[in-house]
Design a protein around this ligand. Structure first.
Ligand code: NDP
Length: 419
């Protein structure tokens, strides 16, 4: 029996909301609130008669703390699920603290305006001290740890697939398979084909920023940064086949380096097709990925926002996308004094997702873990106050929930390793 406020109604939120509505005994009441209320209304309409969850909608600009506070005060939720954009993480966390409500999200904070001098000064200091230059990092949200602890509230960060499930896989390997983990390779393969020469599978702005940034990995206690897309490997993925994959910086590496004791190396690889890479390089070369506003015939335009308006809406890729995703983690380490390897992963079919909830597997593999994370918080399985990432909690009930709600795990005790 709980009331949940979901902020955001894009590709990921639509899946998470539909999945919450499949578990009506826990999610008894749910308010969908977003910047564009008509999208919330359309989803509420689609759910009518198909769920016992009482669904309402609201308009909110989550960049404005006061608006979020007013909405929380009027709706009185037990949990706020932030499935808007990473730009709203801090304002929504502030509002949750002000109102005494638990919080969760699917991606760590980054600012919308990376030219803001105040943010930039802190960012540049962090780049020097930490050794990686991604715009996003956990420091902004970890800074809320004491405040959440003191308030007796829980903030669950990054509960999608990666970050999210990948960290639960690490916690599971640590708990059940290894005494010590030496290396972790996180492999994110999208074997889906949407038929467009170029489109992004989730929010284009967030996606293109992530992919065009330098790559980095954690090795022997520090970050190693490399030029974007400069480390390439091939891997033969179960049910997908052989794919090229590239080493990227990814947010869960930062928290896993802290929370998996003794880990020597953590890398993250994502698969990309040649057409995607060619388009991205070209768009970057001509300045279309820039977040700095330019003046065009009297209008101020942010190039990447303009590009977003031209690209297919990720939510529209569902009916066109065929093929499967395969996302998981390969571990090396020791158990009972012996060397061992272990691979745990999920394979998800784009068309099966579309048939179930009307969206492709990228939104599905993020939205289902968001619902399962909320389930852990609402049913008292994950209760530690403070600000936490997924690997800090017991992975067992979460992975059981994923098995049950659409993202079952597969495993191998003799996987091919990535060189
Ligand atoms: P979309 O762009 O499809 O949706 C974003 C939603 O947030 C839209 O409904 C948008 O409203 C709303 N929104 C944006 N700004 C505001 C605001 N100021 N106030 C209120 N609502 C706002 O994004 P996705 O669904 O693809 O991604 C959602 C989140 O999931 C992102 O943070 C993304 O980084 C993360 N993600 C995480 C993954 C993981 O595995 N952990 C994988 C993929 C995504 P409007 O309709 O008005 O634009």
């Amino acid at each position: 029996m709980s009331r949940v406020l979901v902020i955001g109604c894009g590709g990921v939120a639509s899946v998470a909301i539909q999945k919450c509505c499949q578990v009506s005994d826990v999610f008894t009441e749910l308010c969908i609130a977003s910047r564009t209320k008509s999208k919330c209304d359309a989803l509420a309409e689609k759910l009518k008669g198909k769920t016992a969850t009482k669904v309402t909608t609201a308009q909110v600009d989550a960049d404005q703390v006061d608006q979020v506070i007013a909405l929380i005060k009027s709706y009185k939720p037990d949990l706020v699920m932030n499935i808007a954009l990473p730009y709203q993480d801090l304002t929504i966390m502030d509002a949750c603290l002000a109102c005494g409500v638990n919080y969760m999200d699917t991606a760590n904070y980054e600012p919308e305006d990376t030219d803001d001098p105040e943010w930039r000064a802190i960012y540049e200091k962090r780049c020097k001290e930490e050794g990686f230059s991604a715009y996003f990092d956990y420091s902004w949200q970890w800074a809320y740890k004491e405040k959440f602890e003191k308030a007796g509230l829980t903030a669950l960060l990054g509960c999608g697939f990666d970050p999210g499930v990948t960290q639960a896989y690490c916690a599971y390997a640590q708990k059940h398979e290894f005494d010590t983990i030496d290396t972790i390779d996180i492999l994110d393969c999208n074997g889906g084909d949407h038929g467009y020469a170029f489109a992004t599978n989730f929010n284009p702005e967030v996606n293109l920023r992530e992919v065009s940034a330098p790559g980095s990995y954690w090795e022997n206690g520090h970050w190693v940064e490399i030029p974007a897309m400069s480390i390439k490997r091939e891997y033969d993925f179960d049910q997908v086949g052989e794919k090229d994959m590239y080493l990227l910086h990814h947010e869960e590496i930062e928290s896993l380096a802290k929370n998996i004791p003794g880990v020597k190396r953590i890398r993250f690889f994502m698969t990309f097709g040649q057409s995607y890479l060619d388009h991205m390089r070209c768009l970057e070369d001509v300045g279309m990925l820039s977040t700095t506003p330019i003046n065009f015939e009297g209008y101020e335009i942010v190039p990447i926002k303009f590009l977003k308006a031209l690209l297919p809406d990720p939510a529209s890729l569902g009916p066109r996308t065929k093929g499967k995703t395969n996302i998981g983690c390969i571990f090396t380490g020791k158990k009972d004094g012996k060397d061992k390897t272990y691979y745990i992963y999920n394979v998800c079919d784009h068309q099966a997702c579309y048939r179930e909830v009307g969206s492709q597997a990228i939104s599905y593999t993020t939205g289902v873990p968001a619902m399962c994370g909320a389930l852990m918080l609402l049913t008292g399985k994950w209760t530690t106050p403070g600000v936490h990432t997924v690997e800090e909690f017991d992975p067992d009930p979460f992975l059981d929930a994923l098995d049950k709600h659409g993202l079952p795990r597969s495993e191998s005790h003799d996987p091919a390793l990535v060189k």
